[in-house]
Design a protein around this ligand. Structure first.
Ligand SMILES: [Zn+2]
Length: 662
């Protein structure tokens, strides 16, 4: 049960806070991603930063506030035109030299960001500006908060310290992720220890055998997760589990401790008691107390269910090994294995079998078809220059008028050196005032032959992010994406349901008449199998969230805090493991924000209820597009949800879901 199994989107949050002054020529009809080589990337990066500084200087020299919103919009556009492609290429460029060139570039942009947001002259102009409409008023409010959070109102020495802290935090975040990426750990298993592994898995690992015929496995998810779920040897699973839970190593524990100490110091510069207070006052949730209250209600809801599920798994283990129940202990490396056994026995769900139902190319066609029908758009594949031959590009056109709206790239298959999770990357933000159309990329690591159900959900989830990005119709680029970090996962979490429900899944036969079709009964069993283990899953999510909040409220050595929290759970803390060393969310902008996955799910499931069971209702789809997907953060997220639902949101659907009482 690794942390990153929860799908995350690595939205580049810093881009929201960042800002070209001169009017730019009208954009071409189909803006494409620049494909820099390493030298080109460095040159573009240096150029964009120098331009931004020049424009900021001009902005600061003006006395009148007039025009400051459009100037800031242009400044941001100039930055994202280089920053976003650099960020994406850093994760997907086939040439390592390009990926390496992205790191210092990003660090420079972080530094520039703080510098711009500490620009007192621009701050004064924004402060004096009289908004002409609601979107400008929201932009003014957001900008003032961004400026203030970056230290512009602090005394000069405190402001300098804030800048130094932001720079250092980015340096530490990069080091933390590098220590995980470059972790050399390999775990060796004899052929006998591979018992239980599917034939396709063994075939994929064939190239990784040493001279003695043993399998030498890395800590990558595609190797690790199936092993934990299928390998019959408990000893072998234990070895892999402990190695995986040491990923990142002692070095990362020290880095994490330094990161949280610096965050505390940052909050103190503002007279705030903790980093949690500093971060959460800008989120939907509003305060640490509100997060604590939410997490307490999650715990209450799942505590008994978790115990019940663990007991069932323990009984399954005793039966499997023929040991007396009283002497049988369910270890953490046993959980997925016995869950998988129970799922197969009880629900007859075999994930490997499902790949026949969802050939990958057809599954992509399915996601595209569903989205076009639901949102009244047409996707047209166009051959354009891309960073790797298997990357595809699509124009998004209005279904009625055929007008060009935006575009997206799909980079779906694994390759050496590529980003190893699934995420949506923004390339261009939308800005109606600048006549700027958005674009985005979906990056994933799918099995090219066919998807299991989890992968279909992942594809749907990430495409939910893509729709949110490319259907954005905001006045200003800084509002193009959702600003509230505890909302960003809501549209994508919601879209996962389109991989689960019978109504939309019936459309699969349109994209693949020859594929076997899931029956009503199979879909029911899939749903039941997915829900099995909710108690264990949400209890774990609760634990990660509480750990994040503990460090954000009161920084202490991370491993001690984690071990104490985990020891208090039914399965305890496995000696020698150090989960915090690879918890990259909290080393990055997700700190004091891990709860946001569950918080966004509350909103996702509530919004889903507006479809009244008909997930392909184009009228609701249209309303959802107009009130949520197109609005970015130019309107408060809570108000968008109220408009869509026609009422206050509630957490009823969420708690019904996690307790299986839906
Ligand atoms: Zn996501």
């Amino acid at each position: 049960m690794g942390i990153r199994r929860v799908r995350q989107c690595l939205l580049l949050l810093l881009a929201v806070a960042l800002p070209a002054i001169a009017a730019r020529p009208a954009p071409p009809a189909r803006p494409l991603m620049p494909l820099y080589d390493a030298a080109g990337l460095k040159k573009a990066c240096d150029g964009a930063i120098a331009n931004a500084r020049r424009h900021a200087k001009l902005m600061g020299e003006k006395k009148s506030p007039t025009g400051v919103f459009n100037e800031w919009n242009q400044l941001q556009i100039g930055i994202e035109d280089v920053l976003n492609p650099a960020y994406l290429l850093g994760e997907v460029a086939p040439d390592k030299a390009v990926r390496d060139a992205a790191e210092p570039c990003l660090a420079q942009f972080i530094s520039l960001n703080t510098e711009l947001l500490q620009n007192e002259k621009i701050y004064r102009r924004v402060e004096a500006a009289k908004p002409a409409n609601a979107h400008q008023a929201k932009l003014r409010k957001d900008l003032l908060e961004n400026f203030e959070d970056s230290g512009v109102t602090l005394a000069p020495e405190k402001r300098a310290r804030a800048k130094a802290i932001f720079d250092k935090l980015e340096e530490l975040r990069q080091a933390f992720d590098r220590n995980i990426r470059d972790d050399p750990t390999r775990v060796t298993f004899t052929p006998a220890e591979m018992e239980g592994m599917p034939a396709a898995y063994l075939k994929a690992q064939e190239g990784k055998r040493d001279k003695d015929g043993n399998y030498v496995l890395t800590l990558a998810y595609p190797s690790y997760f199936p092993f934990l779920a299928n390998a019959t040897s408990g000893e072998a699973r234990k070895r892999y589990y402990v190695a995986k839970l040491r990923e990142g190593g002692e070095k990362n524990l020290a880095i994490l401790e330094e990161i949280f100490a610096l965050r505390k110091e940052l909050a103190a510069l503002y007279g705030l008691p903790s980093f949690a207070d500093y971060a959460l006052r800008r989120r939907m949730v509003g305060s640490p107390q509100a997060v604590d209250k939410f997490l307490a209600s999650v715990k209450d809801a799942v505590v008994d269910l978790e115990k019940k599920e663990l007991e069932e798994l323990r009984a399954e283990k005793a039966k499997d090994l023929g040991t007396p129940l009283a002497d049988t202990r369910l270890e953490r490396w046993d959980t997925s294995y016995y869950q998988e056994r129970v799922r197969k026995a009880r629900y007859a769900v075999d994930q490997e079998e499902l790949r026949k139902y969802f050939p990958t190319e057809k599954a992509v066609d399915y996601v595209l078809l569903v989205s076009q029908r639901l949102y009244g758009v047409t996707f047209k594949e166009v051959k354009v220059p891309v960073w790797n031959p298997d990357v595809r590009y699509f124009d998004v056109l209005d279904a009625k008028t055929g007008a060009f709206q935006s575009g997206f790239y799909l980079d779906l298959y694994p390759r050496e050196g590529k980003f190893n999770h699934a995420a949506q990357f923004g390339i261009r933000g939308a800005s109606l005032v600048a006549k700027r159309t958005p674009s985005a990329a979906l990056v994933a690591n799918l099995d090219a032959k066919g998807l299991d159900h989890g992968e279909l959900e992942t594809l749907m989830h990430e495409f939910g992010h893509v729709m949110n990005a490319v259907l954005s119709r905001t006045d200003y680029q800084p509002h193009s994406a959702n600003g509230k970090q505890d909302f960003v996962e809501a549209p994508s979490k919601m879209y996962e349901e389109w991989a689960r429900r019978e109504g939309p899944l019936a459309l699969f036969k349109e994209v693949c008449p020859d594929c076997p079709q899931l029956t009503h009964e199979q879909i029911e069993r899939l749903q039941a199998a997915r829900r099995y283990g909710q108690g264990i899953r949400y209890a774990r999510q609760w634990l990660y969230s509480v750990f994040d909040m503990e460090l954000s409220k009161n920084p202490r050595p991370p491993l001690a805090v984690w071990a104490a929290l985990e020891s208090a759970t039914p399965q305890g803390h496995p000696e020698g493991t150090m989960l915090p060393a690879s918890f990259s969310h909290i080393a990055s902008s997700y700190a004091a924000g891990y709860y946001g996955y569950m918080w966004a799910e509350v909103l996702a499931l509530d919004m889903l209820s507006a479809f009244h069971g008909n997930l392909m209702d184009p009228e609701v789809g249209r309303r959802y597009r107009d009130t949520i997907l197109s609005q970015g953060s130019q309107e408060e997220e809570i108000d968008q949800v109220r408009k869509f639902l026609g009422r206050e949101p509630t957490s009823d659907a969420f708690f019904a879901e996690i307790t299986g009482k839906r």
